[in-house]
Design a protein around this ligand. Structure first.
Ligand code: SAM
Length: 232
């Protein structure tokens, strides 16, 4: 629901907002507007994936949409791809990948995060993610993968396994917050036949757009560096 450019997510029960309570019976019918008991009106729109994923529970630091978009674009993965990612964390990256590819394998060492990710994926109606309670530093079970995406602290420990598990020409991607980690990762990849594509930092700056007051919403913030390589 939208009122005064503010969004409220509803799935069941009465909806309590600062502008009043909206009865479940008013929300269950096909409508574009509803009134709270206060008389205030709300627009009703269907919840899309982006609305639902905003509601998932995140415990470990989840990757941001801007970086997910780059991964999807540069790796050329599509509906026929089989990809692997680690660690699962809240399952946010798994969920985005799952919407575009055939199958996602996701490795996670922490059982609590596996539980969290499974609940999140169920909430998002996603069924093509297989989460494995495995330490990826010890190896990868799958072969012929179309991409491997690593969002964990020591990705250089995965390079040897990734080289074996990837298809020829397929992408290995790491998402790392600091440059010393990037250097260590890239150094390790040089022991194998990888084509180094690039390391990028994507800065996103949102703007407040109001007459007389248009300005950046926040200062620029670093998230992480993405490094892309391809198996030769
Ligand atoms: N990409 C995730 C998301 O979008 O929510 C967040 C990943 S979080 C930053 C890092 C995760 O890697 C943690 O959940 C951690 O438990 C897991 N992890 C760390 N080392 C691991 C390993 N060796 N094997 C598998 N998972 C690991």
């Amino acid at each position: 629901l939208i009122r005064n450019n503010k969004k409220y997510y509803w799935s069941n029960g009465d909806l309590h907002t600062e502008s009043g309570v909206i009865k479940e019976s008013d929300l269950n019918k096909d409508t574009i507007k509803v009134k709270a008991h206060s008389g205030k009106e709300f627009f009703v729109i269907p919840a899309l994936f982006i609305d639902k994923i905003e509601k998932i529970k995140r415990d470990p630091q989840a990757i941001l949409e801007k970086d997910i978009a780059l991964i999807m674009t540069y790796t050329s993965i599509d509906k026929n791809s089989i990809v692997l990612e680690a660690g699962t964390g809240s399952g946010k990256l798994s969920a985005y990948l799952a919407r575009s590819v055939k199958k996602v394998y996701s490795y996670e060492i922490n059982k609590n995060y596996i539980e969290l990710a499974k609940n999140n994926l169920e909430f998002l109606d996603i069924e093509n993610v297989e989460i494995k309670n495995k330490d990826i530093y010890n190896g990868i079970d799958e072969n012929d993968l179309d991409a491997i995406i690593l969002d964990l602290p020591h990705p250089w420990k995965v390079v040897e396994h990734a080289y074996r598990a990837l298809k020829q020409g397929a992408f290995l991607v790491s998402y790392l917050p600091t440059i010393p980690q990037v250097i260590e990762f890239v150094k390790e990849t040089k022991k194998y036949d990888f084509y180094f594509v690039k390391t990028i930092e994507l800065i996103e700056r949102e703007w407040i757009v109001e007459e007389q007051r248009t300005r950046p919403k926040s200062s620029l913030q670093h998230t992480a560096f993405l490094t892309f390589l391809r198996k030769l």
